[in-house]
Unconditional design. Structure first.
Length: 681
């Protein structure tokens, strides 16, 4: 019987020494070796006529050598060999540096293929140090691998060729089930792997790559979906009695259907054996906080503690105030734990948490410090998840015994992406705004409108409403972006001297920020000049106008978040985007903002315009490393594999069918490194 997997050194052409070199490239098995993909290719497959060569580009042409290369000793240690090569219509000067061996391989009157970069020198074309092949060789495309000292691409090609033979002899089940392969027109594994290492031409290569990328993304998505139901042990605390109705009836407003539905989904989770692991996505202003509050209330009434983690102090304090109000008279005691508490206050708070005297801790990262302990932490809510890494969430979870977790995200994420990024979470969507909300009217203007905008703001302040002006930077930068500090000063001295103007930026101390925010909340400050610290979560329903300076410097999703600071009550609200940038990209972004208020539609557009990079953030680091696929570049295949993985798991949730065996093994392999505790059996 064959040793499985074949130790690398027994692959033809490897041996002990190269086995070590391969290790340096991260290759430690036969599988790794055949999946070690070329960095790029030298393309001999499509030859160019010399007349149509564009100087400065890399190309291949076939041509006849005019004379044996002539040696020119330039100086000591530098010898040039020169000749010319023509294809009957035009010619290229060929220069070889120092390699007598290469020069000697060129013979007068013989035809060769030359590959390299062509430059224009004094009106004639020149190629220096070309890669040369015999004209009749069928070299197609040559793979170029990431290298380490001692291993050339040529050696690697050879070794990998042998490895492929050994690999296919093992007959390991293939990851992509046959039905999926034919449905999505994918190549057979053998063809794909052989071709990616030595393609005949670009067309074949494209087919091979698509198949391999598909395989990897399919494996990733199936794995993420399976994570949902795996790994989680039993919840230590479950809800015996549902008190959410009691809480809801105490509210001053009626919940939207979407809010009620999501609360019910969460309660059902928390009554089950497995801990809840759910993402709540809702557009800005859709009322996520009250959903969290209903769960926290129910948890407390069932005798379990909760933690609510927010990304900023401002937001933590706001949640604290909101929850205190919502839970008034219920006997639920709430703590605020942030970095700006005095050591003494912190200590007292922590004591009440570890003794179980308090039911809820609202805080920032301070909740993560080691000495914060809970008595019976049963529910963890993180708000605005995209600001937190997977690891931070994990740290908080470890403070309870398999607690229920709820992640609230205000960044609408296109469905295809959320299935990858949050594939391991159940997802609830609040797709409805509270009654009475009006569309926020949005306008994009240039700076010539400034006077009119100020007048517009004043009109609203005079009506007893409030406004924000957001600028991108704190202090004047070289790039001339409006500076919040100077701008606020100027406005309060001149244009708005008879109004109360406040300033908020990220470099202020937490205490100062809190103070400004609470003065704005209470209506004392009428106009708040701010940087993007107001972007996330801040809730002041009396604010009706949002002006964004240098709007071109924000992405779509960010603009949408900023805009979401107004229109949170029943008053008609406005958003004015100021930019003098007339570039098409900026115009189309601002245009979308003016046309729609729908966060999910905007997220889709953002994805289309800027690619998915912005959506991943920290979360991506929790995903297994990909070998050939790129989540940012292969969106079309991401979509296909999302659909395929859904269908596969629907039909065979545990991947127990014979045709899915290879996929099950591939998932196990892909997730093996990062999550050693996960076993996909
Ligand atoms: P977000 O989803 O952006 O976090 P919040 O939870 O801050 O939104 O809620 C936005 C505002 O809407 C808050 O002032 C909140 O009290 C209010 N609100 C939430 N749900 C409702 C509802 N069903 N009816 C009326 N107002 C609501
Ligand atoms: Mg919020």
């Amino acid at each position: 019987m064959k040793n499985y997997p074949v130790p690398l050194k027994y692959i033809k052409g490897v041996g002990e020494k190269r086995e070590q070199l391969l290790k340096k490239l991260g290759i430690s098995s036969l599988y790794d070796l055949v999946h070690f993909y070329p960095r790029t290719y030298l393309d001999f497959s499509s030859l160019t006529d010399i007349v149509s060569i564009v100087p400065g580009t890399v190309c291949a042409f076939s041509a006849v050598v005019g004379y044996d290369p002539i040696e020119h000793k330039i100086r000591k240690g530098m010898t040039l060999y020169k000749t010319i090569a023509t294809d009957g219509i035009a010619g290229v000067h060929i220069t070889i540096f120092n390699s007598k061996y290469l020069a000697d391989s060129l013979k007068q009157g013989q035809e060769y293929i030359f590959y390299g970069k062509v430059t224009a020198q004094n009106g004639s074309l020149e190629m220096a140090n070309p890669i040369i092949e015999a004209a009749d060789s069928e070299c197609g495309m040559r793979a170029v691998y990431p290298l380490t000292a001692g291993l050339t691409s040529k050696i690697l090609s050879k070794i990998i060729g042998n490895a492929l033979t050994a690999y296919f002899e093992e007959n390991a089940p293939v990851a992509v089930p046959d039905s999926v392969r034919s449905r999505y027109n994918l190549a057979h594994e053998q063809f794909a792997l052989r071709t990616v290492h030595s393609p005949k031409n670009q067309g074949d290569l494209a087919v091979a790559k698509r198949s391999l990328i598909f395989e990897e993304l399919l494996t990733l998505q199936v794995g993420m979906r399976r994570l949902k139901n795996h790994t989680r042990g039993k919840a230590s605390l479950t809800i015996a009695e549902d008190f959410s109705g009691e809480f809801i009836s105490s509210l001053p407003f009626t919940l939207t259907n979407a809010q009620s539905r999501v609360i019910a989904e969460c309660i059902r989770d928390m009554q089950g054996e497995r801990p809840m692991n759910r993402l709540v996505q809702g557009d800005v202003g859709s009322g996520k906080t009250v959903v969290a509050a209903a769960l926290i209330y129910t948890a407390a009434k069932n005798g379990m503690q909760s933690a609510l983690m927010a990304p900023t102090e401002i937001l933590a304090r706001q949640h604290y105030e909101t929850l205190k109000k919502l839970c008034q008279g219920s006997g639920i005691s709430i703590e605020l734990l942030t970095g700006s508490l005095t050591p003494k206050a912190k200590k007292e708070v922590k004591e009440r948490l570890s003794s179980g005297a308090s039911h809820l801790a609202v805080g920032t990262h301070a909740l993560l410090t080691e000495d914060t302990q809970f008595n019976n932490l049963g529910l963890i809510v993180t708000d605005e998840q995209h600001r937190f890494g997977v690891n931070q969430r994990g740290t908080l979870s470890s403070k309870g015994n398999n607690p229920h977790t709820l992640v609230m995200s205000a960044t609408p994420i296109p469905r295809t992406l959320s299935l990858i990024i949050y594939g391991d979470l159940d997802i609830s969507i609040i797709d409805e705004l509270p009654k009475g909300r009006q569309k926020i009217s949005t306008y994009a203007v240039d700076t010539s409108y400034r006077k009119r905008i100020y007048a517009f703001i004043k009109k609203h302040l005079d009506m007893g409403l409030q406004a924000y002006i957001v600028c991108p930077a704190v202090e004047e930068g070289e790039n001339g972006l409006a500076s919040a500090t100077e701008y606020a000063e100027e406005l309060s001295k001149k244009e708005f001297s008879s109004y109360k103007v406040g300033l908020l930026h990220g470099k202020m101390k937490a205490k100062e920020k809190d103070e400004v925010m609470s003065r704005f909340s209470s209506g004392e400050i009428q106009l708040l000049v701010s940087t993007t610290v107001v972007e996330v979560g801040v809730d002041v329903p009396n604010a009706a106008v949002m002006v964004i300076e240098n709007a071109e410097s924000f992405g779509l999703s960010q603009l949408h978040q900023l805009r979401g600071r107004v229109g949170r009550g029943t008053v008609k609200s406005y958003c004015v985007l100021i930019s003098d940038n007339m570039s098409e990209g900026v115009r189309s972004r601002l245009d979308i903002m003016c046309k729609t208020n729908d966060g999910f539609a905007i997220a889709d557009k953002d994805l289309e315009l800027r690619g998915p990079g912005d959506f991943f953030g920290e979360r991506q680091h929790g995903l297994p490393e990909l070998n050939i696929a790129s989540l940012t570049e292969n969106m079309d295949i991401v979509r296909e594999t999302a659909e395929a993985s859904e269908a596969i798991l629907k039909d065979d949730p545990l991947l127990k069918k014979q045709e899915n065996l290879g996929l099950r093994l591939a998932v196990r392999r892909l997730f093996y490194d990062k999550n050693k505790h996960i076993s996909f059996n």
